[in-house]
Design a binder for this molecule. Structure first.
Ligand code: PMP
Length: 411
């Protein structure tokens, strides 16, 4: 551009006042802020929840994909159905059958990961000030989505069997007395992120009964269900026959980079979700859907889930053994039966947020518990993940974390 060319106002702060009110609820996730630090090579990261996909049969998948492009390239690179491709919706029924779900492919909507399903569910249900009930603690990414739609997240206490139905009843009763609109309960019954806790079947039924009594819709988020490490998966809440929006994902059972997840919803809700999906993206990623369909057809996907289970079991065991060996007295932690995470509860007075900087000095990263609450709880907690580091690094990382905590207790 020459000096006598057109001039425009390029001050960066001109539009800040134009942001919609809902952007006030958008917070930088503590997990994201941590990633920059956690990726430094000298740091052992027990922070991220990235699936460990190093054991995928990449050469075979590459051959299958090349063939797929040659045979069906113009179809798989075209726009597709707003609801998702019919073939993958059928195949997803087989995946869900492993957790006892019987469903119709017409009630499945494909999404860009289950994260997008959370967004679409929020988009069709949440007005500012509506209440979303969530476990204590709950998935940071879901909380961020609910807050970005200006909902009030109200946490329901959990015990070692997950969400407490009696506490749910009491919370719902109190909110109803205050004339608050509860739009849904968001729950992760299997290997909760971040607590690692699992709800036994009887608990699931009790929670469904309380929700039925109070007219509360249940959103069951289940990305880890098939990554059970000790026993066969417990049937999903959705399998019990109640009206539930069930969210599934290929991110942990195959690979997250395809960004393919799904929502299974009662028919009328599913229709609204498709409309929301069309306005968000026209259609979910077609190439990714075909790639996954092809993988499910051609590769031993159940065998691969078995490979993942063995790998995560070894890592989980390494973390629990290291915690046993190194943690100072006064702390407790969960013993997950699946998934990626251990939730540590530390003595009164410890502040996990301020421990982070000392953790970085000690070359270990973890996520402070406050990230998993919308209401300021979690100061005495941290989430440790065992999914990504090597067994050796898990032990080193836990030892460093225990040292940091010991220093904190001495202060
Ligand atoms: N729900 C939970 C509980 C999760 O832990 C995650 C990923 N960390 C997601 C949803 C989103 O997963 P994706 O979008 O990759 O399916």
């Amino acid at each position: 551009m020459t000096s006598d060319g057109p001039r425009f106002d390029t001050r960066l702060d001109r539009f800040v006042d134009n942001y919609a009110n809902r952007t006030r609820g958008m917070r930088v996730s503590a997990v994201r802020a941590l990633f920059a630090v956690a990726n430094r090579p000298e740091i052992v990261s027990l922070a991220g929840g990235m699936p460990n996909i190093k054991d995928l049969p990449l050469p075979d998948i590459a051959d299958d994909l090349a063939q797929l492009v040659r045979d069906n390239g113009t179809q798989i690179m075209q726009y597709g159905s707003g609801q998702g491709e019919p073939r993958i919706r059928e195949q997803i029924l087989d995946v869900m059958a492993l957790e006892g779900i019987e469903a119709n492919a017409d009630d499945v909507l494909i999404t860009a990961g289950s994260q997008q399903a959370l967004d679409l569910v929020s988009r069709i249900f949440l007005d500012p000030g509506d209440v979303v009930l969530a476990e204590s603690p709950s998935y940071v990414g879901a909380l961020g989505t609910f807050l970005s739609y200006e909902a009030d997240v109200v946490h329901v206490p959990s015990d070692e069997s997950g969400l407490d139905p009696q506490a749910l009843h009491e919370t719902a009763t109190r909110l109803e007395a205050d004339d608050r609109r509860i739009k849904f309960l968001y729950t992760i019954p299997n290997y909760n992120n971040p607590s690692g806790l699992t709800q036994p079947w009887e608990r699931r039924i009790e929670v469904l009964r309380v929700c039925e009594q109070h007219g509360i819709l249940v959103v069951e988020d289940n990305p880890y269900g098939l990554l059970s490490l000790d026993a066969e998966p417990i049937p999903a809440m959705r399998s019990a026959g109640a009206d539930v929006i069930y969210l599934g994902s290929f991110s942990k059972t195959f690979a997250p980079g395809f960004r393919v997840g799904w929502a299974l919803a009662p028919h009328a809700i599913r229709e609204k979700l498709v409309l929301a999906q069309e306005s968000a993206t026209l259609c979910p990623p077609v190439f990714s859907q075909f790639a996954i369909s092809n993988y499910l057809d051609k590769q031993d996907w159940k065998g691969q889930i078995g490979v993942y289970r063995d790998m995560y079991r070894e890592r989980r065991d390494a973390m629990l053994a290291a915690l046993e060996d190194f943690m100072p007295p006064g702390s407790t932690w969960t013993h997950p039966k699946g998934g990626f995470f251990v939730w540590v509860s530390m003595p009164e007075g410890v502040d996990s947020q301020s421990m982070m900087a000392r953790g970085v000095d000690a070359r270990v990263a973890f996520v402070p518990g406050g990230a998993f609450y919308a209401d300021g709880q979690g100061a005495r907690n941290v989430r440790l993940s065992y999914c990504f580091p090597t067994v050796e690094n898990i032990r080193i990382g836990v030892e460093r974390f225990a040292d940091v905590l010991e220093g904190e207790l001495d202060v």
